[in-house]
Design a protein around this ligand. Structure first.
Ligand code: HNI
Length: 141
């Protein structure tokens, strides 16, 4: 799990990007669908064209869930329990996809933070997103 300094770094960065979080969600999903087209197979019921309202809304949900997780870093398993059940039992998202989304999110974060996306921020977010993915993938066993 994240050390105290890493947790502080993640929280600090989140405050900086919070006002752009809707855009970041949309950008992350748009990037994921473009770079890893197979991820689109989970969204056959979505309009996946550029600028789609469904992508924007879904991006908001994903980023809001991440923000919520950041407020509860010490209690991720409980915080993400419903989402963990949903992704494992209902959606059956192959866990490899969590890494793809995480990577796209990192790129979007870097674009928004510029110089402030330091290697330390990169590491801290990598650990955070890995922890989130681990919880979301837990129920598959
Ligand atoms: Ni995910 C629904 C959060 C990764 C496919 N997902 C959600 C919802 C949240 C969410 C929040 C909305 C739940 C609700 O309505 O109650 N998803 C997250 C988070 C991650 C993640 C935090 C990883 C960090 N989801 C993924 C990945 C895929 C994915 C990698 C597939 C590539 N998610 C879905 C699908 C839905 C979904 C499909 C349902 C969408 C809908 O509205 O029909």
């Amino acid at each position: 799990m994240l050390g105290a300094e890493e947790a502080a770094l993640v929280r600090g960065v989140w405050q900086k990007v919070e006002s752009a979080k809707d855009e970041m969600g949309e950008e992350t999903l748009t990037r994921m669908f473009l770079v890893y087209p197979k991820t689109k197979t989970y969204f056959p019921h979505f309009d996946l064209h550029h600028g789609s309202e469904q992508i924007r809304n879904h991006g908001k949900k994903v980023v809001t869930a991440l923000g919520n997780a950041i407020q509860n870093l010490d209690n991720l398993r409980q915080t993400l329990a419903d989402l963990s059940n949903l992704h494992a039992y209902n959606l059956r998202v192959d866990p490899v996809n969590f890494k793809l989304l995480a990577q796209c999110f990192q790129v979007v974060l870097a674009v928004h933070l510029g110089q402030e996306y330091t290697p330390e921020v990169h590491v801290a977010f990598d650990k955070f997103l890995t922890a989130v993915a681990a919880v979301l993938a837990e129920k598959y066993r």
